[in-house]
Design a protein around this ligand. Structure first.
Ligand SMILES: [Zn+2]
Length: 243
């Protein structure tokens, strides 16, 4: 392989390596993968909200059970008082008055308790609706998440395949470049931290765009000769016949 072809391979290598870097960057930023992670977080938040809601409902049910038990006890006490009061067992007026007073106090307590139970029931009914809403949102969220996951996996796989192809091309090019030239390219590339091979077109450096003196062109084509741009320091590669 000729000198110029070797140099051109270096330029190809630089191009492929640039594409690899770009593709790797892309792989880290696939929109569907990002969307999947965002949706997953949303779903976790929703599940947490549903869990809290469930706990709140359990507490309300417990409160209602206690209230109903209290109500039963109060009713029993009232029945007892009632029986005594109107069963003819008590005769003293003072005692009767005191019992009537007690009965009316308990009645008031019972009314308060009944109201409390009623509002708890209403609250639980609303909570039940909210629970259904949260359940359906979660189900919907799960389905969407699954769809996104499928898409993200496909896109990720595709990007990885593309990256793999680029790596194969890179390897193929590297196998054709003479070892010392490849070594030179690596040194230059790490020194310049980026593009270090410049394709010369119409007499201009392909990297810094400076106009190159015509004396360069013959030297670029000389076998074994490495010529660098005086302005940016990149290795010059002839791009076309005119170079
Ligand atoms: Zn230059």
């Amino acid at each position: 392989m000729g000198h110029v072809e070797q140099l051109k391979l270096l330029w190809e290598l630089q191009k492929v390596e640039g594409e690899i870097a770009h593709k790797e960057q892309e792989l880290q930023n696939i929109p569907s993968v990002k969307a999947y992670h965002a949706r997953k977080k949303e779903l976790a938040d929703l599940q947490e909200a549903r869990r809290c809601h469930g706990e709140k409902m359990d507490a309300a049910r417990e409160k209602m059970r206690n209230g109903e038990m209290n109500l039963q006890n109060i009713s029993a006490v009232m029945r007892g008082l009632h029986k005594k009061l109107y069963g003819g067992e008590v005769h003293s007026t003072r005692e009767l008055e005191s019992m009537e007073k007690k009965l009316s106090l308990i009645q008031a307590e019972k009314t308060v308790l009944e109201d409390e139970i009623l509002s708890l029931m209403e609250e639980l009914e609303k909570d039940e609706l909210e629970k259904l809403r949260l359940d359906s949102r979660e189900k919907e969220g799960q389905e969407k998440l699954q769809q996104l996951k499928n898409r993200a996996q496909k896109e990720m796989q595709l990007a990885k395949q593309e990256l793999e192809l680029l790596h194969e091309r890179r390897t193929a090019i590297m196998q054709q470049v003479d070892a010392p030239l490849l070594q030179k390219y690596r040194e230059l590339s790490s020194k310049m931290q980026g593009q270090c091979v410049s394709l010369v077109l119409d007499g201009f450096c392909g990297i810094c765009n400076v106009s190159l003196p015509s004396a360069f062109f013959a030297r670029i084509l000389t076998p074994g000769k490495l010529v660098y741009c005086e302005n940016c320091g990149s290795l010059l590669v002839p791009g076309d016949k005119k170079t």
